[in-house]
Design a protein around this ligand. Structure first.
Ligand SMILES: C[S@@+](CC[C@H](N)C(=O)[O-])C[C@H]1O[C@@H](n2cnc3c(N)ncnc32)[C@H](O)[C@@H]1O
Length: 185
């Protein structure tokens, strides 16, 4: 989402400066800067922040413990994984692929002196061997991919808290305000 604003700002600057060389350089830089976020938007989910009501549901369903290693699959501006880190979990890690959103999350973590880890990367390609909780807020089709690609590799006992989207062939243990809790058996 932030990519759209960056794109418009650079196009406006290109017209304002009017240099052909600047325009070419700006366009090349933009492609690299914007591409990961567009991919994330299409094959994960666009940036949408979890509401307070849904976050409370996550806390209630998640029952976070000291031993939990929590991953946020697409952490956006990092506020959800930050709040979870404050629940006293062992580790709280957020992956984000959109460059502008990742930079916002890093600045945010620095401002609030967060203890969460914000990592730039594609959550589809990570290892969740040590995960005890995964947080998802994905598009329905991406949740189907999650069911095929990530769910089968999760360790026994892992919990998945999915905001809004459901898996097709796995039944949630519980549901609260459209947050679904899945347990890997
Ligand atoms: C719906 S937002 C969720 C933000 C946050 N987790 C929350 O609950 O408030 C989804 C985020 O996932 C990011 N994303 C989508 N696909 C991704 C991928 N493959 N790897 C890393 N981040 C991704 C998007 O850029 C976006 O910021």
């Amino acid at each position: 989402m932030l990519e759209v604003f960056v794109l418009l700002a650079v196009i406006a600057l290109m017209f304002h400066i009017g240099s052909f060389l600047f325009s070419i350089l700006a366009l090349v830089a933009l492609v690299f800067f914007i591409f990961p976020g567009v991919y994330a938007m299409l094959f994960g989910a666009p940036l949408t922040i979890t509401s307070k009501r849904r976050f409370s549901a996550m806390l209630e369903l998640g029952k976070f413990k000291k031993s939990d290693v929590v991953y946020d699959l697409g952490c956006g501006d990092g506020r959800v994984i930050h709040k979870i880190s404050k629940e006293g979990v062992k580790k709280a890690i957020g992956y984000e692929l959109s460059i502008p959103t990742f930079l916002v999350a890093i600045v945010r973590k620095w401002v609030v002196r967060g203890e969460e880890e914000i990592r730039f990367g594609n959550f589809w390609n990570q290892d969740y061997e040590k995960a005890t909780v995964l947080i998802c807020f994905l598009l329905p089709d991406s949740m189907k991919q999650f069911e095929k690609k990530i769910w089968p590799k999760l360790p026994k006992g892992a919990r998945v808290l999915s905001n809004d989207a459901q898996m097709k062939n796995v039944k949630p243990e519980k549901e609260l305000h459209k947050v679904y809790l899945y347990l890997k058996k």
